[in-house]
Design a protein around this ligand. Structure first.
Ligand code: NDP
Length: 355
């Protein structure tokens, strides 16, 4: 094999007092190509996923028990897809495409794929993704499965129930899929809240949402009254904060919140989920609104079925996807920082290399 050059992304520092992540918190550096030990495989990264939960991994205390902090000056990890370029393990062959939740942000990595402390990777169903590898990180990965199972498990969507469904971060990866799935599941009025006019146009004109609200330039309370005259029956909450307080005030009695994420507080040092203002708590109680925490990793046994259903809709053109793609591992820190401040439409991907 010709000499390979390798590089990786390390955590150089943790965010400062304001909590806002910056590209200076990361370092992209050259490194050795690992020498394979018995049982290991050498993989080349094809693409990576930039996800909001990673912001918590930049803190020494992630605030949750199911994700660990990234260590300073070591390679960071997250959702990724790659190809086996050399194998010292009989279970894997050169050319196998793999995906994993703890994929190193490194061009070439030697992975332990067996034994007690191994990295869990799965072989990608090549027929499912048809060479569009990043689908394993978006529609058929964390985002799509979260959107689908969030609605199924916590949304109480009634087919033909004439329900109004509101979603925040509506032009993002989970949000854009959640709105489309809500429509397919039978909601008659789908409203998205997001952070730019371009995003508003995207979700109404390309994805078929009934209404879009730009929370940065419009009066959210007034616009919700216009767009949801009968009140809100289901709220897919990706953001928390004042946007969600405004939505909750206009929810109907016995309605449901899918507590998916609270990105508006991820840069703040607060527990998850963060405490709500007294008035919002009172509304939840008085109107008997459910607000159970949803964590997709609690439903692993339902992933395969969810992917099958998402795939069916996608193939029939009933679900559309968009990706914002950063080119090259050196731009991975920028992709993450940009996504955290709304720079993405659809799934934020880092394209690292080709097959
Ligand atoms: P997105 O693709 O939606 O990207 C994040 C978006 O959040 C940005 O584009 C931005 O859009 C919006 N945003 C950023 N800061 C704020 C803010 N202060 N107020 C309001 N909106 C903000 O990311 P994902 O689809 O990957 O994730 C969406 C949510 O889903 C996150 O909260 C994430 O943690 C959660 N999640 C939860 C899972 C679970 O199991 N419960 C699994 C996967 C994701 P804009 O321009 O509109 O502001």
């Amino acid at each position: 094999m010709a000499t390979l050059e390798n590089k990786r992304v390390c955590l150089a520092s943790r965010p400062g007092a304001d909590g806002v992540p910056s590209i200076e918190n990361f370092r992209v550096e050259n490194c050795e190509v690992p020498i394979l030990e018995e049982g290991q495989i050498l993989v080349k990264t094809l693409c990576l996923s930039a996800d909001p939960y990673m912001r918590c991994r930049m803190n020494l205390d992630t605030g949750t028990d199911y994700i660990s902090p990234w260590r300073l000056d070591t390679t960071i990890d997250g959702g990724g897809v790659g190809v086996v370029v050399k194998s010292n393990n009989p279970g894997y062959r050169k050319g196998d495409i793999l995906e994993g939740f703890h994929w190193p942000w490194q061009l070439y990595s030697g992975l332990d794929v067996q034994g007690f402390n191994c990295l869990i990777v799965n072989k990608v169903d090549v027929g499912l993704v048809r060479k569009h590898w990043s689908l394993m990180l978006g529609l058929f990965g964390l985002s799509g499965i979260t959107a689908y199972l969030g609605i199924k498990e916590k949304g109480h969507v009634v087919p033909d129930g004439d329900q109004t469904f509101v979603v925040s971060a509506a032009a993002g990866s989970c949000g854009s899929l959640a709105g489309q799935i809500a429509r397919l599941e039978g909601c008659s009025n789908v409203v998205g809240i997001c952070g730019s006019d371009e995003k508003c146009s995207y979700i109404t004109e390309e994805l078929g949402f009934n209404h879009a609200i730009n929370y940065k330039t419009e009066n959210v309370v007034e616009r919700l009254r216009e767009c949801c005259p009968g009140g809100i029956n289901v709220y897919f909450d990706n953001v928390g904060g004042t946007v969600s307080d405004d939505v909750i005030q206009q929810m109907t009695a016995d309605s449901h919140i899918i507590l998916c994420g609270q990105i508006s507080v991820y840069n703040k040092d607060v527990p998850y989920p963060p405490p709500l203002p007294v008035e919002t708590e009172r509304t939840l109680e008085e109107k008997n609104i459910t607000r159970d925490r949803f964590l997709v990793l609690n439903y692993v046994d339902k992933f395969a079925k969810a992917v099958e259903i998402l795939c069916g809709w996608y193939r029939k053109g009933q679900i559309k996807i968009k990706e914002t793609v950063a080119e090259g591992l050196e731009n991975a820190p920028h992709a993450f920082v940009s996504m955290m401040s709304g720079g993405n439409i659809g799934k934020q991907i880092v394209h690292v290399s080709d097959l």
